[in-house]
Ligand binder design. Structure first.
Ligand code: PGA
Length: 271
């Protein structure tokens, strides 16, 4: 696992958006796995900027979102379909046919989940999967206790997730309005992406980020499954990194790697 500690959330978004941009430039018809929540908002804003200012094109990109609330129509402002269009898709040249967000109104959610898995496979699998982490350690809506081999399915949200999401998106004290069920990619589905990029910032995430990076691999913190992936990058800010035992080492590794990389570039350029 590569751990990158950014000085603040602005630098974090710059690094995350840079990794996604590099993926699109390296493979214009890549398959991106995307996430919702407050964490990726600035990263998406940067991607929109790269599109507008530098012509970064999403025309051949295919996307699969991690999850969606059951019972919310795409037009609902709190639906993840709405979020993605509002923050990213409506502002870039993506082909709507290539956009996939689980259908919260699917009449048969179980059949839909099977179909969603098939679509990911048909697209050739996910090249780069963006992830956030919930206060309870979830990735997507894989709440504590989810099998680390789980596939796309219906999950019942925990009380903490409902509370967190009420505060952030529905309004404080509006827990009753947060749906109790969601369709979510499984941990096993996520682990099949060729590369994982998890981002987190703020004091609120420090404890769980420690468990993600330095705790045991456990279904009680489904994000810890990233430790099993051969190409996982975790980008966090100083606040979220506060409890890491090996914090200085991660910083040192990043610095050394960047210096080496720059030297290689200089050598190739004959400097
Ligand atoms: P957040 O949510 O980005 O709003 O903190 C992350 C998550 O629940 O996965």
């Amino acid at each position: 696992m590569e751990v990158i500690i950014a000085k603040d959330r602005t630098e974090l978004a710059e690094i995350a958006a840079g990794i996604i941009r590099a993926q699109i430039l390296a493979k214009p018809n890549c398959v991106l796995g995307l996430a919702t929540g407050s964490t990726p908002e600035e990263t998406y804003a940067r991607l929109v900027r790269y599109h507008k200012e530098e012509g970064l094109s999403f025309a051949k990109v295919t996307t699969f979102n991690l999850d969606e609330y059951i019972g919310l129509p795409p037009s609902h402002e709190q639906s993840y379909y709405y979020f993605m269009h509002d923050r990213l898709f409506n502002h870039v040249d993506i082909n709507e046919e290539n956009v996939h967000v689980p259908m919260g109104m699917a009449p048969d959610p179980d059949a839909f989940c099977k179909w969603y898995e098939e679509q990911i496979e048909k697209a050739g699998g996910i090249d780069l999967q963006l992830l956030g982490i919930g206060g309870d350690g979830h990735i997507a809506f894989n709440e504590p206790g989810s099998s680390l081999a789980s596939r796309t399915r219906v999950k019942t949200l925990t009380e903490q997730t409902i509370k967190d999401n009420a505060e952030l998106f529905f309004g404080k004290g509006k827990e009753d309005e947060v749906p109790k069920f969601a369709i979510t990619m499984g941990v096993g589905t996520i682990l099949e992406a060729r590369r994982l990029l998890l981002i987190a910032f703020g004091k609120r995430k420090a404890k769980i980020v420690k468990q993600l990076i330095e705790g045991p691999v456990t279904s009680m913190v489904t994000a810890s499954a990233l430790q099993l992936h051969p190409d996982a990058i975790v980008v966090i800010d100083e606040e979220a990194a506060a409890e890491l035992e090996l914090k200085d080492y991660y910083k040192w590794v990043y610095k050394q790697k960047n210096a080496e990389y720059q030297k290689t570039l200089d050598r190739l350029a004959g400097r």
